[in-house]
Design a protein around this ligand. Structure first.
Ligand code: HEC
Length: 142
């Protein structure tokens, strides 16, 4: 038993190295784009989460909830600038993204004013923008 004890740090190091493999930046372009796709999916899932929270805020007339999640959506959207070059015809994509950010601003503004109708309208526009961009991305990738 004691003979193996000295092995332990080595085994631990090996396990740690293996466990961290998925986080090592991908070397080949194939793996890099695969990683980017994973990042994008995780990112969109968060977007979905925040927008569901906005809907909950609207339904319950919880203005702080609307405001907080609309702001989080905007920050997410701003953080996504890096992915634009990957999308063909990025100009349309940029337009959709800036519209998206404007609607999150409208949401925050309406929530601050306690304007439930205005906030709901901004949410509808935001949702249409989600669908619009997805239609565009599907079209662009054909
Ligand atoms: C400016 C463009 C754009 C906007 C706006 C946008 N998305 Fe996306 N979304 C994408 C792209 C690109 C993908 C595809 C990611 C991939 O498969 O690589 C995607 C994929 C998704 C997915 C699927 C992720 C998966 O599990 O495969 C969800 C969910 C999603 N978006 C939610 C939303 C929601 C909710 C909104 C609006 C609040 C939104 N998106 C707005 C570009 C956009």
């Amino acid at each position: 038993m004691s003979r193996f004890r000295g092995m332990r740090p080595i085994v631990t190091a090996a396990v740690l190295a293996l466990a961290s493999l998925p986080f090592v930046p991908a070397l080949s372009t194939g793996r890099a784009s695969q990683q980017k796709k994973q990042d994008r999916i995780a990112y969109m899932r968060r977007k979905l989460e925040f927008s569901k929270n906005v809907l909950e805020g609207l339904a319950l007339e919880q203005y702080p909830m609307i405001e907080k999640n609309a702001k989080a959506l905007k920050v997410l959207s701003q953080a996504a600038a890096w992915e634009v070059p990957m999308i063909p015809n990025a100009t349309d994509y940029v337009v959709l993204t800036s519209e998206f950010q404007r609607y999150t601003d409208d949401l925050v503004k309406a929530a601050k004013q306690g304007n439930i109708d205005g906030a709901t309208l901004a949410y509808v526009k935001l949702t249409m923008n989600c669908v619009q961009c997805h239609k565009y991305v599907r079209f662009a990738s054909q």
